[in-house]
Ligand binder design. Structure first.
Ligand code: SF4
Length: 295
């Protein structure tokens, strides 16, 4: 067991185990094995304490997450993926933000609840999962009742997700690719497809299909899939996987907002937006397969 900023007398075993996964770090599939509590930095670029770039109600998320009060987003700096088309590259790759303690993160969570948000939405959480679990635990003791949302790029290890069981109400993973060469070229993660499929299975095992109350999500799995030009994302195979191996009632947002950001404009395969026809055919296929497609 390593020394950590969490209170090991009062935290659950799962939080302590998550913390131990950072020294050496095997928290995500990169398995960098750096000692993050000793200021060693791995691929994600962040030490053992999270760096937050912004906190506040967000009205641009899926309507089932927004409700009346907005989704209470907490954006974390750093990322365990290396997407060359990242739309938040200043946060993910340049890591703009302020380092916070567990106590400050817990206060931010409660502040969003007091503000009237309808959930707590952890954006890019994978590499700071131990701090998130510790802060949720602390916030629950002080009255947190809102659902928690794990808003992830989908490159998550099953072992870490198992330790998060019970902390997270809504898993919202990306499903980015089905082809290893594409995943390597665009996100520096050749094993993304098999890691992502296994992660989505574990997420669904924990929380099931998405459930709503008065039109707002309370628990379950919500998939985000960004359509890329030339079907580079493998939209049809992802939809088949969801319908056949997860649940025919899976909720999916087939997203049309890809645009060439960051380094993508110099990449010949992804230097354009997807066409209207490319988006339409992916959505149509998901509907034909019976999935719950958000509009
Ligand atoms: S969380 Fe960061 S340091 Fe740990 S294995 Fe993943 S990328 Fe590496």
């Amino acid at each position: 067991m390593t020394s950590s900023p969490i209170n090991s007398d009062s935290c659950t075993e799962a939080v302590q185990k998550l913390w131990d996964c950072m020294n050496p770090c095997t928290l995500c599939p990169r398995n960098c094995k750096v000692n993050r509590s000793k200021d060693q930095i791995g691929f994600c670029g962040i030490g053992d304490m999270p760096v937050i770039s912004s906190v506040g109600p967000h009205f641009g998320e899926e309507s089932v997450l927004v409700g009346r009060g907005g989704s209470g987003t907490i954006f974390f700096a750093g990322c365990n993926l290396g997407c060359i088309f990242c739309q938040n590259f200043d946060i993910s790759h340049q890591r703009y933000g302020n380092q916070v303690t567990i106590d400050e993160l817990s206060q931010a969570i409660l502040g969003l609840q007091n503000y009237g948000c309808c959930n707590i939405n952890f954006v890019t959480p994978t590499h700071v999962a131990p701090a998130i679990a510790a802060a949720i635990e602390s916030a629950c003791k002080k009255g947190l009742t809102l659902p928690t949302v794990y808003n992830t790029g989908g490159y998550d290890s099953v072992d870490t997700l198992e330790l998060l069981n019970g902390f997270i109400d809504i898993y919202m993973p990306d499903m980015k690719y089905v082809d290893s060469d594409v995943a390597k070229e665009l996100s520096n993660a050749p094993d993304y497809p098999q890691i992502n499929f296994a992660a989505v299975k574990e997420m669904h095992r924990q929380v099931g299909d998405l459930k709503l109350k008065d039109g707002v999500a309370t628990r379950g799995l919500l998939i985000r899939h960004l359509v890329l030009p030339e079907n580079l994302a493998g939209s049809f195979e992802i939809i088949d996987f969801l319908a056949e191996e997860i649940s025919p009632k899976t909720t999916i947002n087939v997203m049309d907002q890809y645009r060439p950001c960051y380094k993508a404009s110099s990449h010949p395969k992804i230097n354009r937006r997807p066409t209207r026809e490319e988006i339409k055919s992916a959505r149509k296929y998901a509907i034909e397969k019976g999935l719950n497609v958000l509009s």
